[in-house]
Design a protein around this ligand. Sequence first.
Ligand code: ZN
Length: 388
Amino acid sequence: MQSLERYERQLRIEGWRQDKISESTIMVIGVGAIGCEVAKNLTLMGIGKLIIVDNDVVEVSNLSRQMLFTDEDVGRPKTLAAKEKLVKMNPWVKIDQYYKDVRELDSDVFREAVVVCSCLDNWPVRRWVNSMCIELDKPLVDVAMDGLYANLQVVLPGKTACLECHGEDLIPKEIQLAECTLRRRKPEDLRRDLEEQKIYVSLELVEKLFEIGVKTIFDIKYSQAQMLEKLDEVSRNKIREIQELLKPKMPALQSIAATIAGLASTEILKILHGEALGKILDGLLVYDGYSSKLTKVKLKRKNECFVCGDYVKTDNIEINVNPDDRVLDLKKKIAETFGFPDPEILYKKWRLEDDQILREVGIKDGEIAYVETSRRFTPLPLKLVFKT
Ligand SMILES: [Zn+2]
């Protein structure tokens, strides 16, 4: 039994319940600058269990702001190095670490967590985590930074806005554009795109990538590790090198990470306390380090949101189609409407081919098809309404 002496000062806080903290499991996705800080905060405060997830190894350029790592950790999985440091900070905290892509984790691991804290640096995976949290009804604390700016959003499924409710305003325009464009191109296009980034590869390699469904630079960056397993070893190693070159290099600063992670950790505590520590942030909090300003942006949950809207579960989302259209036309429309660049259409027990005609497949007016995409945890049901 651990002594409460360790927590003596925080126990003095009005409304504080150490039992709620020590009984809870929190998942921290992404152990970068912000993730390190959140994991450290929760560990010091005596959280019951932490689940940390990251598929990266420590690099020298991480050491200026990822406070759980030291020079000796360079080249080691971040989750392993982080766990070692965290256990030293508080041996009473149980820590499960997963050195893998969060999208490859078993959903039972998510079910264990009371709150999920997403500290990721890219939108495709943030969107996936958002959809997973809505599906499993888990509160999500999403944190991100860009130079001297940072933001924090709390998503209470069914109560507050999710990341997609205001996606058109919150997701940067160039990412929206990339997300809304159906990935149907030729290997030569990908090779040319890479050349523009001064990365030179053989046509043979890009053809191999196309075979496994990797068709754009965006795909190379954000493909799940298991997809690349399908490649031979030489090609796979080459792709890993390219991924390294393409890694997002956003400006980032330790002090900003610590600031926003501190605010995020407090919101996690408030969720665990059921508001006994004050009202949980509703919406978005934006920190601007240049002007020392903290702004609260009220976000209304949208009932017509295709991720968290209530009617998605009851009436399904409708999309107008021409029965004489090809499956590819439907996919294009889905990409534009929902920002799913890689939709697959599941109808009855089939996965439809691009050049099939909707009417010939046997689809009838008002029938449901399912859209599978790497941007969602589960396929999206879609009612196909024929244009008259
Ligand atoms: Zn939503």
